[in-house]
Design a protein around this ligand. Structure first.
Ligand code: ADP
Ligand code: MG
Length: 702
């Protein structure tokens, strides 16, 4: 065994603790499935009240089994699980599948029980699937393990499938079988108390039999880890996720600009696609896509040609393709001429190529070859509406055979009864067949996106030389005092430690100190209240910019004192924040907010006090690469403003990208940071760019 999870997925011997003689119980079904599916190793039923189960000798305890046991499948009542797990540890069992429910999912008491189980599992170095799950299947002919109580015996294939819901897992297995989609490993992960979704992804990454990953998820577990792992693995194999419900960022308390903008604008699918993960919203779509990716290569571009024997469905398919961002391929004169040589005179040789109802298998075969020969075609959708005289099987066969000679993507839209289609698909044609135009277009567009992802250079995550110790000292001090917002000057120092220049500043606690310090700094200055509580200072008139002389300073001080007092600010305790006035530069925002589903998100946009109104921002999942940072800037509508509209100094975009990357590095270094806003970062040239307002929150929001 090479991998720690092999004990669970490739055992040589399995004990079923809680095996039962009574048909219909879980303890009976599991033993039955192991035998019926033809497990290649030994099966030992364990039940103190039975002598034989399924004609196998039954043991009263796992410790009584004379042979070694790799995996124990546990179905005993929840009160007995702890003792059984302990016995397994003593017996030297390496893998566990705990089917039994009644743990974390039931509340406090269950959670405590689950923690005890995990403690024993870890003490003995075992690995555990569950608890509260439906089991696991490995279809590898060398293993053939169906350690579930599902009624389905799945087909063997290349799909690794993880389900967070046991019941839905069974339905999906059933459906997969009907569609002829083969599974390599199926895991119902249950409460994920020991083996997590991330562990499984890493297992499949190494597994020779798995080429596609399907996930049915309710949550991402450790999102920081998920996004990192997914980004790596999706370059090797497609990952398709059905995630019930978007993240609910709207419900999250946002005490930063970035947080409130993330709550409004960031779609979970956009973030997933950044990690190369394809998100679908229905089980239908999951299979449409899985079928396509398991049978066909992703296209190298988005130019599609549609081949049909009927006009109506071709129009629907064209509309669907165009709406999904695909391009209708421009066929070459040569292609059209060659189609003309064998198609009926009424046929249309423009894209969509309509061969009319008289077209039979031979026409399909020739047309597919001619079209795939055209260099302006990346993908082909063959539509077939069965006229009585033509056999859909023969057409599907010819399309599939013709497509084999090319590296291009071919999908079929074979309309008609589900029976015909299901029958066709199960016989293992190498092209995916769909009953409706929209489904084929959707699958193709997802494949195009995946193809783009594969080609996209990965970019690098640079490491800048920074003063990590300094930032650490400040942040740890904040952790010690229980988290919350940093003082403005602390936040400024953290920024400066990570190489983002800040406007020079002083903190003062009286009017006298203020005048002395401005004497040193020189005019013009900006006066602000120093406060950890007030999020939008200028909304309350608590920021006074561009103070040019002593008179203006006195006036500003009076005004600020008065407004500050009514906002609950206290001069001798909280003080004033005096800053050099940074005249030049476009106001941008660079920030980070933690999404409960995805972990930290980085944001850049047009900044200043109107950021929430303009909402011209772009997001990426942390950590970002140099390429991501540049793309984030390209996505902004404010592009022309940044490039220096109306005589402003153009923003050094390379440097702004560097600032995003420096923030990304800071976020990588300190998981304690819950959110961060630099708003505004006054951007012009690299030398003159300054952060003038920085807010850093330590710990979770609120
Ligand atoms: P808040 O975001 O809490 O309202 P800021 O410190 O960001 O407070 O100040 C609000 C606005 O005042 C900024 O968006 C910027 O336009 C201006 N401003 C603040 N500090 C400076 C500064 N040092 N130099 C130039 N302009 C500043
Ligand atoms: Mg601000």
């Amino acid at each position: 065994m090479n991998h720690a999870l092999d004990a669970v997925f490739k055992p040589s011997s399995i004990a079923v603790v809680g095996a039962s003689r009574q048909q219909g119980t879980i303890g009976w079904e599991i033993v039955h499935n192991l035998l019926a599916y033809g497990f290649q190793g030994a099966v030992f039923p364990v039940n103190p009240r039975a002598k034989w189960v399924h004609s196998l000798r039954c043991y009263s305890s796992i410790r009584e089994i004379p042979d070694p046991v790799d995996l124990a499948v546990i179905t005993v009542p929840k009160e007995l699980v702890l003792d059984v797990v302990e016995d397994c540890g003593q017996k030297g069992v390496k893998g566990l599948i705990v089917i039994t429910a009644g743990f974390k999912e039931t509340g406090k008491e269950g959670l405590a029980r689950e923690q005890k189980v995990v403690e024993i599992v870890e003490r003995y170095g075992m690995r555990m699937v569950g608890p509260n799950c439906m089991g696991a299947i490995n279809t590898d002919p060398a293993v053939r393990m169906n350690a579930t109580f599902a009624r389905v015996q799945p087909l063997s294939g290349k799909v690794g499938f993880m389900s967070q819901s046991g019941a839905l897992g069974e339905v999906i297995l059933d459906y997969a079988k009907e569609l002829g989609l083969g599974i390599s490993t199926f895991v119902s992960v249950g409460n994920k108390a020991n083996i997590s979704g991330n562990d499984l992804l890493e297992y499949w990454e190494e597994d020779q039999k798995t080429e596609i990953i399907l996930l049915y998820l309710e949550n991402f577990g450790n999102p920081r880890k998920f996004t990192g792992i997914a980004r790596r693995i999706s370059r090797k194999m497609p990952i398709i996720v059905v995630k019930a419900g978007r993240t609910t960022p709207g419900a999250r308390a946002a005490s930063s600009h970035t947080g409130s903008l993330a709550g409004l604008d960031v779609a979970a699918d956009a973030l997933l696609s950044q990690c190369g993960v394809m998100r679908v919203t229905s089980i239908d779509e999951l299979f449409d896509l899985a079928k396509a990716l398991s049978l066909q290569p992703p296209p190298s571009g988005n130019r599609v040609v549609i081949l049909t024997n009927a006009g109506g469905p071709a129009i629907l398919t064209t509309d669907a393709c165009v709406n999904l961002g695909l391009t209708m391929a421009e066929l070459s004169g040569e292609t059209k001429a060659s189609l003309r040589t064998f198609l009926a005179p009424e046929a249309s040789v423009e894209n969509p190529v309509d061969m009319i109802a008289s077209a039979g298998p031979q026409e399909y075969q020739k047309a597919v070859e001619v079209l795939l020969d055209d260099p302006s075609v990346d993908a082909l959708i063959a539509i077939f509406v069965p006229p009585i005289i033509t056999d859909p099987r023969a057409v599907a066969y010819e399309v599939a055979e013709a497509s084999k000679k090319y590296e291009k993507t071919v999908l079929g839209c074979f309309m008609g009864t589900k029976e015909t289609l299901g029958g066709l698909q199960q016989t293992g044609y190498p092209i995916p067949l769909y009953p409706f135009p929209e489904a084929s277009a959707k699958a193709l567009s997802a494949m195009v996106r995946y193809g783009r992802w594969l080609k996209r250079p990965q970019g690098t995550i640079p490491t800048y030389s920074v003063d990590r110790e300094k930032a650490q000292a400040i942040l740890m001090k904040a952790v010690e005092r229980g988290g919350g917002a940093l003082e403005p000057e602390e936040a400024m120092e953290v920024m400066a430690a990570y190489g983002i220049a800040v406007a020079s500043w002083k903190v003062v606690f009286s009017e006298k100190e203020l005048q002395d310090c401005v004497g040193e700094m020189g005019f013009p200055v900006v006066l602000k209240v120093r406060s950890r509580k007030i999020l939008h200072k200028s909304d309350l008139g608590l920021v006074i910019p561009n103070i040019a002389d002593l008179d203006a300073l006195k006036e500003a001080f009076a005004s600020l004192s008065q407004k500050g007092r009514s906002a609950g600010w206290n001069l001798p305790e909280e003080g004033l924040f005096v800053q050099e006035f940074v005249k030049e530069g476009t106001e941008t925002i660079v920030g980070m907010a933690t999404d409960p589903g995805f972990g930290p998100l980085l944001m850049v946009g047009l900044g200043g006090i109107f950021v929430e109104i303009l909402k011209d921002v772009s997001f990426r999942v942390h950590p970002v690469t140099d390429l991501d940072a540049r793309e984030m800037l390209e996505e902004l509508k404010a592009g022309p403003i940044l490039k220096g509209a109306r005589g402003e100094t153009p923003v050094d975009l390379e440097y702004l990208a560097e600032c995003i990357l420096r923030v990304s590095q800071l976020v990588s270094d300190f998981h304690e940071i819950g959110s961060l806003d630099i708003n505004p970062l006054k951007c012009s040239t690299k030398e003159k760019t300054r952060a003038v307002d920085v807010r850093i929150l330590v710990g979770k929001e609120n």
